[in-house]
Design a protein around this ligand. Structure first.
Ligand code: NAP
Length: 288
């Protein structure tokens, strides 16, 4: 069993990002900036936002944080987004989701200037990703893609796990994780199965796959019965249980198998924040 050490890979990339930011400051006199918006006091969201702000500061990226009251109207959130869209010191805007009222999510995402959409959720960026024919094109065109899927591809690449020609199954089809990750795997020439709650024979589909990604939000859902020897297992899930944090994969049940696997914590999670920093630099470059 080989553990894919997301913490270590992520910390190496963050050092490279810090060096890139220093160079940008030296050569342009400007500092890339990321604005974060948190609505309400959701404890998990507060933890995520705190980590994102700290990661920015460590990398030398300017951070602008706005914490809005949970009763704030949609119009007021959009007014703040419009101000940030106009603010030339802000290269990226991250709206922490879900909002206290998740009926506001779509309109608020759509209000973000696509050039500053570091979560890659705006229809413009989601469309560009969908139309891209290859990973090369995604990179060349500096397309802003959702951070977690980007992080997964980077983890595979940095761990020398080839994607081309492999059969990959992604369990979960959210706009944030499952869907963009499926498109990225396809762009990397995998044969991709997108699975969801209505998928039949999920275990059989998984056991025949070379790469199994769990992005479900159900603690320890993927067990030994889903996995064959030699598979790469990517656990995106972050679940808070009475026993602490765990992923969507039942790590203990597959311990000892001849597989590559991302742990929770310390796998995909740190890469998500690292890709947010990368996307902020991409957004900076796309705007100059
Ligand atoms: P989500 O929007 O709730 O989507 C969950 C997906 O799982 C849905 O597509 C759903 O299918 C599918 N699903 C639910 N039950 C299933 C079942 N029994 N069999 C097969 N598929 C099933 O969640 P998300 O935002 O994608 O997040 C997924 C997990 O990743 C969560 O634990 C979240 O906390 C974690 N996450 C981690 C990071 C990170 O940085 N590591 C980042 C983002 C999210 P339907 O579409 O049919 O309902």
């Amino acid at each position: 069993m080989k553990i894919i050490d997301g913490k270590k890979i992520s910390s190496d990339i963050r050092l490279e990002i810090k060096t890139k930011v220093e160079k940008i400051k030296r050569t342009t006199g400007k500092t890339p900036g990321l604005a974060t918006i948190l609505v309400g006091q959701n404890p998990a969201s507060q933890v995520y936002i705190k980590s994102k702000i700290k990661a920015c500061q460590d990398a030398g990226i300017k951070s602008f944080h706005h914490n809005l009251d949970e009763k704030v109207s949609k119009e007021d959130i959009i007014a703040l987004i419009n101000d940030l869209n106009k603010n030339s010191d802000v290269d990226g805007i991250l709206l922490q989701l879900p909002l206290a009222n998740n009926e506001f999510d779509k309109d608020c995402i759509n209000a973000i200037n696509p050039l500053k959409d570091v979560d890659g959720l705006h229809p413009f960026n989601a469309g560009l990703l969908n139309l891209s024919k290859s990973w090369n094109e995604v990179i060349k065109k500096n397309i802003l893609v959702s951070c977690t899927p980007l992080g997964v591809i980077d983890l595979l690449n940095k761990s020398n796990i080839s994607i081309e020609g492999k059969t990959a199954i992604v369990i979960g089809r959210s706009n944030l994780v499952g869907k963009p990750l499926s498109i990225l795997l396809l762009a990397n020439n995998a044969t991709v199965i997108m699975a969801h709650s209505k998928t039949k024979n999920l275990k059989e589909l998984c056991i025949n796959a070379d790469i199994v990604v769990a992005a479900i939000g159900k603690p320890k859902f993927v067990t030994k019965d889903f996995i064959k020897e030699g598979t790469t297992v990517i656990d995106v899930g972050i679940n808070r249980t009475s026993d602490g944090l765990c992923g969507d994969v039942d790590f203990e049940s597959i311990r000892g198998m001849d597989i590559n696997i991302t742990p929770v914590p310390g796998g995909v999670g740190p890469m998500t924040i690292t890709m947010l920093l990368e996307n902020t630099l991409k957004a900076f470059k796309n705007r100059i």
